[in-house]
Structure formats: structure tokens, C-alpha cells
Write a protein that binds this ligand. Sequence first.
Ligand code: URA
Length: 244
Amino acid sequence: MKKLIQKLAINLLRHTSQRYGVITKIPSSQQETDEVPTPTRNEDNAPANDNSALNNDTPELRKTSLQRVHETISHCRKCPLAEHRKNTVPGHGSLDARVFVIGEAPGMAEDKEGVPFVGASGQYLNKWLATIPLNRERDVFITNIAKCRPPQNRNPSATEVQACIGYLHEQITLVQPDVIFVLGRVAAHAILDTGASLRELRTHIHRYNDRIPLLVSYHPSAVLRDPSLRRPVWNDLQMLKELL
Ligand code: URA
């Protein structure tokens, strides 16, 4: 009887961690402090930075494949966002990026230039990255859940996310980042397939494909509107630094 209960408990735990991909919870005593949280690692899982099994192609092949994905995006008409765009905004950064940043969708400046995070939130994001210190061109690949601007900067709809998210999965597979850093609720819900609040999603190390560490933080535009979010973001950035 005792054995049966143990077995049921193990199966329940396994199911929960597979479904939600949440591997490590930072103890509440470490949340929202100035101290750098030291994430612990679940020994049953692959080392944090070993995502080599995702893609074994040569750098040249990966580069060509990424160009091909971006070329496909430039012709994409899978959802109504194609009607209104000036440019597609596939993503920008290094193929050897250690950090893969995911935002929500392009805004007006990004739609005009075809490059993600070039407006006010982008300038602010650059400052965040510089504090840990990461160089946007060399260390980071930046993209969005949606590759085209939604009209009036509304959130992308569920069907638009569904139509677009395959490109994001291809980009992650080709870039092979050490860590994925997700900005804001809309992006976090799409990539983690959850409806949980940002409060619940932050301060955990999730795993993309059970392998690549993934952190969630606030969107820079939210922090520009609400300076009280600066401290939690600082903590998130320290967590990101610890994972590199
Ligand atoms: N906000 C986003 O989420 N992405 C951008 O590229 C710009 C602003």
C-alpha cells in the first residue's frame, strides 16, 4: 500500500513538471531582494547550458537555415497581420547568441525599420542588457512572438500567435542559446502555453523543450510606465546573469 502511494506521488510530480516545465522555484526568501539569487539545479535534468542535442548543424548551415526562416517570414501571409504591415520583423542578433530575448510584437518603429526593439522600449532594453553586461549585437538574439505589427499595437490574438509561433521555435533551435529571456505576460503565455500571472511565472527557471533555461520578466514598456517594477527586473537580470 505504501509503495502504491509512493508510485502515485512520483507519477503526479512527473506529470506536473512535464506539463508546466517548471523545474526550480527560487525560495520566497530570495525573491524581490537586492541579493543575487543563486538558482539551484534539479540533478535529474540536463546541465543548464547543454542544448547541443537540439541542433548539430555547422555554423554555416545554421546561418543559411536562419536566413531561410527569415526569408519565409518576409513572404508570410498566414494571418491577417500581413495586411497592415510595412515590414516583417523576423528578429535580429547573433547566431552565437548566449541569450535569446522574446518580446510580444513589433510596434510602429519596428514595423518601419523591420528590426525588433528599436523604439523607446528597445532603448531601455539595451540598458538592461548592458548592466549584466551583455552586448546586444554580439551576445543576444532578439525577436518577438508575432513577427508583424498588430494594428494600434493591440496584443496579437490567439490565432495570430498560433500562426506565427512555429517561426520562433525554428529560430530557437537554430540559435541554440544558453538562456531564453521572455519579456511580459503576452510573450510568456505564448511560449509557456499557460495563463498564469507574471507574478507566478517570474523567479522560476522554466525549461524550453525540457532543456534550455527560460526566465520570465516584465516588459520594458511596463517598467517605463511603472518605475516600481525596476527592482524586480534588476533581480531578474541578476538571475539571468547567474545562468550564463
Ligand atoms: N515591444 C515588443 O514587444 N517588441 C518590439 O519589438 C518592440 C516593442
